[in-house]
Design a binder for this molecule. Sequence first.
Ligand code: MN
Ligand code: MN
Length: 276
Amino acid sequence: MISLIGFPCDFNSSYMRGAATAPPLIRDALRCSSGNLWTESGIDLEGKWHDCGDVEIDTPASFLSTIERAVTEELDRGNLPISLGGDHSITFPIAKAFSAKYSQIEILHFDAHPDLYEDFEGNLYSHASPFARIMESRLASRLVQVGIRTMNGHQREQARLFSVEVHEAKDWKDTTTLRFASPVYISFDMDVLDPAFAPGVSHPEPGGLSTRQIISIIQNFEAPAIVGADIVEFNPLRDPSGITATTAAKIFKEIAARMLKADRLQQTEMGHEQKL
Ligand code: MN
Ligand code: MN
């Protein structure tokens, strides 16, 4: 069972606040009667996820432990957590929870930005730094980034240091199939999309991938299982038409489809047929 958890926090954002108000709007978009809950692969998501609601994060000091605890609880129940941000700083404590559960985990990270700063303006937990924390703490055996288009010298050095596999937007070929050998965690920053498709982000970076290209990558990468995900950095203050909320909901659905499909295969292999 998928569990949806909202983490409404944006105090680690370096430029603009607003992402904290995203989770309820993504839920509204999921339930909006302009669409339905079927995925493109033919799975009806109705009744397929449990909504844990939003987790209140009182102070910046407690955000690491609060988020890690909330995700650990869902993992202990045997669920597949999809977290809604909030800014990208939530991914470090989430990754801590996953690394305690899985001995090997590979991260597929969609973003315009590598988020590999050693720190940003002195903040080690900035939304510009989660993957530096994750890799130095060895929480993932592999980090694959897609859609990057803001590399600077420091972050290129960090990517080398942590052996990050970076697929920059400028080099992306639609014929590429990403392959993973271990369970995969997806971290999805909405600004990986071109701002023409998803304007509601704090750091719009032109030259991104289209919604169609991104969905194709999600649908076609090869992995033994997809065990969790986050969708972060949607900023409703920059989304007057609501299209970014709708797009975040669409990404949720297509990621959920992949998670359930792999889950069903695993259950079938174990001899427990699970009805989708
Ligand atoms: Mn990011
Ligand atoms: Mn970003």
